[in-house]
Design a protein around this ligand. Structure first.
Ligand SMILES: [Zn+2]
Length: 318
């Protein structure tokens, strides 16, 4: 067993995969290796122990059962890490806690000694084609210093003084932006000089600048009204935050705008799934893509149910 755990540990490092499932497996393997080789008892973990051992500090406050990846993602990560290793492989044992007070248990074991205790229904099942997303807690995604005054705890109420200030700022900014472009065009038009290469370059630069500014400063806020969730422009979250989303929620009278991050564990390889634009290969504006295989492991995203279905390329039958 120890030999196989050691192999697994190396394999996890060598596959260079990123994601919660891999961190959890590395923690379980380390714990198994640090035990005395004579210990006969199976080393089982509850969700809380996995979270305490493998989660980064800022994720330890979350509910443990929500933090731990689904078994399908853990199994997929194990399979991927060990695909080039000889048998026996390490497999995941999982026992669902039924009823109150009974917690789910996770453990690692050799594929040759699979015990009856594990939920046989989920054992060795083919990759599932659905994902469950997680939403960060309120205030977990820090806004940049530019908008920190506006977004207390990472959110603001649209119809509050702060919300209205922001709204007016965006509208006035957009108008000024359009006026600047109009003035450049007008300036070129009234100069009555023949169109030279220099003025043509200026024109192209003006258009490119306008387009870039519109896309990164203003357009996401306008799309937010219709789409309810968009990728946050780079200047909205703090400098060291990972990419995140802007989301509008609540009823007509009490609508809020907040900074959040959605992610999930890929059921096909255990990597991390993040929300990114669907283009060019998908028609949906926002889809979940696995960072390990962004164009093959693609899923829909529904912010109300937090579920997603596989929409990537056709999978081989076996
Ligand atoms: Zn994946």
């Amino acid at each position: 067993m120890n030999q196989a755990l050691l192999q697994l540990k190396h394999a996890l490092v060598e596959c260079h995969a990123q994601g919660r499932a891999y961190d959890v497996l590395a923690f379980m393997a380390d714990q198994g290796l640090s035990r005395s080789p004579e210990a006969n008892q199976k080393l089982t973990f509850e969700a809380g122990a996995l979270q305490a051992g493998a989660a980064p500090a800022h994720e330890r406050d979350q509910e443990a059962k929500d933090w731990v990846p689904r078994e399908v993602a853990l199994r997929a990560a194990l399979e991927r890490a060990q695909q080039s290793l000889p048998d026996p492989h390490i497999v995941l044992g999982y026992k669902k806690g039924l009823g109150r007070g009974n917690r789910s248990l996770y453990w690692l074991e050799l594929s040759t000694e699979t015990t009856e205790e594990a939920d046989s229904s989920t054992h060795q099942s083919p990759p599932r084609k659905s994902v469950t997303y997680r939403r960060t807690e309120k205030g977990a995604v820090k806004p940049s210093s530019l908008v920190r005054w506006l977004m207390k705890d990472g959110e603001f109420r649209n119809m509050s003084p702060r919300g209205i200030t922001m709204l007016l700022g965006i509208i006035i900014g957009t108008i000024c932006w359009a006026l600047c472009l109009a003035m450049i065009l007008l300036g070129l038009g009234v100069s009555n000089q023949p169109l030279t290469a220099g003025s043509l370059i200026l024109l192209i630069l003006a258009f490119a600048g306008f387009w870039f500014g519109w896309k990164s400063l203003y357009e996401p806020w306008f799309r937010l009204v219709d789409e309810r969730i968009v990728k946050a422009p780079n200047w909205v979250p703090a400098l060291f935050e990972d990419p995140c989303e802007l989301e509008m929620y609540g009823q007509r009278k009490a609508r809020w705008t907040r900074l959040v991050r959605y992610n999930a564990d890929c059921p096909m390889c255990g990597g991390e799934i993040e929300l990114v634009p669907g283009r060019p290969d998908q028609r949906l504006p926002l889809v979940g893509r696995c960072i390990e295989s962004p164009h093959a492991h693609v899923f829909t995203f529904d912010r109300t149910t937090l579920r997603g279905a596989y929409i990537g390329p056709v999978l081989p039958d076996d």
